[in-house]
Ligand binder design. Structure first.
Ligand SMILES: NC(=O)C1=CN([C@@H]2O[C@H](COP(=O)(O)OP(=O)(O)OC[C@H]3O[C@@H](n4cnc5c(N)ncnc54)[C@H](O)[C@@H]3O)[C@@H](O)[C@H]2O)C=CC1
Ligand SMILES: O=C1[C@@H](O)[C@H](O)[C@@H](O)[C@H](O)[C@H]1O
Length: 365
């Protein structure tokens, strides 16, 4: 770490732990004093990478962007140039070995996450890896085994909804049990339009992956089977309805609509034994004029979840400065990969597909 002036950070703003369904991360209040500034290498200089570089540079105390890597050398340089003293690399491994790098934030495409996480683990560096951990179960298990061999958590997965104020409020309500046992979750996930090259399978692996994590975290249950229903025939491919069954007997439906055209919406309603609770209806602004009223709908995740990304990265930096890693873990990434793999099969076959999981290793509680 660099030896810049000592910093004392305010306590985390979290009111609900973001750890995996069965575990709670160590309390920041119990941590040792923080004295160093964390040097971060950001891999992937695309949309998320650029947003995280801005966040680390402008919003998060106690961190500096030491290096940026992208296979597109020009893009890496353009982004690195926004931060004084930041090195640019076209080889991610070179960035990991760059001067002043203490930790890695991975924002490259999912299929290359495995090799980049393994390279970081070889160096013992703390990692914040954007979702997905990896795109399939086999590669997720290789990461899980590599981290287990180290005997300590080094990797956090970027399931940022766990840091969103509304989702945290819902989780607190469910944890307190005031409404009784959750029986159903109704979820909606709508995007204005998908990125170029987006495939039908990515509706599950790229988009519904968030609901997979949200459901496991909110309910503290594992998903045991997936079914995907499509409305209509004759080339109508979406919206689709993804159904989850859980090992706690809950049933979940997720509407996934990545081409809805009108806005970015993420909603969740929990129906419990003695009541229900719903989040995600908020509009940025409601106007009233000349016999009309209307609201705004945010257009993408960067607006809807801005605060959640800030809190996620801030808590990751704070933990890494204590040489800890908290938040969604490799088990969560593996479980999400297993559910998504089953989901893609369910989508292709129309069948109900069970989700096989290995036993949860001790490291992951
Ligand atoms: N948490 C969230 O809400 C969101 C997460 N994501 C995730 O963030 C990650 C990045 O997504 P975007 O920024 O939207 O993609 P993007 O396509 O905008 O950027 C990816 C960047 O990675 C670079 N790249 C490709 N292969 C590389 C390699 N081997 N090494 C280094 N760089 C490489 C590309 O040149 C590109 O600049 C993905 O895992 C995606 O699923 C994306 C959008 C929202
Ligand atoms: O992670 C994300 C994207 O990759 C994905 O494509 C979108 O559907 C999600 O809403 C967004 O949060």
């Amino acid at each position: 770490m660099t030896d810049q002036a000592p910093l004392v950070l305010p306590a985390a703003t979290a009111d609900t732990p973001a750890g995996s369904p069965a575990t709670t991360p160590a309390s920041p209040a119990a941590a040792a004093p923080l004295t160093d500034v964390l040097g971060v290498a950001v891999i992937g200089a695309g949309r998320m990478g650029a947003d995280h570089v801005r966040r680390l540079h402008r919003t998060i105390r106690g961190a500096r962007v030491a290096a940026v890597a992208d296979v597109d050398a020009e893009r890496a340089k353009r982004l690195a140039d926004t931060v004084p003293g930041c090195a640019a690399h076209s080889d991610p491994e070179a960035a990991l070995s760059s001067a002043g790098v203490d930790a890695v934030l991975i924002a490259s495409p999912g299929p290359v996450h495995e090799e980049q996480i393994l390279a970081a683990l070889e160096r013992g560096l703390p990692v914040l890896c954007e979702k997905p951990l990896t795109p399939d179960t086999a590669s997720a298990l290789r990461v899980l085994r590599a981290e287990s061999a180290l005997g300590r958590r080094r990797v956090q997965v970027g399931f940022m909804r766990r840091y969103d104020a509304e989702f945290r409020r819902l989780k607190r309500l469910l944890d307190e049990g005031e409404l009784g046992r959750p029986r159903l979750l109704h979820c909606r996930h709508r995007n204005v339009t998908p990125a170029p090259g987006f495939t039908e399978a990515m509706m599950i692996t790229d988009s519904v992956a968030h609901e997979v994590d949200t459901v496991r975290w909110l309910l503290r249950q594992e998903i045991t089977a997936v079914t995907v229903l499509r409305p209509g025939t004759g080339g109508v491919d979406e919206p689709q309805l993804v159904l989850f069954e859980t090992d706690g007997g809950a049933v979940v439906d997720v509407e996934i609509f990545v081409n809805c055209g009108f806005g970015y919406q993420v909603q969740c309603e929990a129906v419990c034994a003695t009541g229900s609770a719903r989040i995600g209806d908020g509009h940025a602004m409601v106007t009233h004029s000349a016999g009309r009223w209307g609201g705004e709908i945010v257009q993408d995740w960067s607006a809807r979840f801005e605060d959640a990304y800030d809190r996620e990265v801030r808590e990751w930096v704070e933990a890494a400065r204590r040489d800890e890693v908290t938040g969604p873990d490799v088990w969560d990434g593996y479980a999400a990969a297993a559910v998504c793999e089953a989901g893609v099969r369910a989508q292709a076959t129309g069948e109900r597909v069970p989700v096989p999981l290995i036993g949860r290793p001790e490291l992951y509680g």
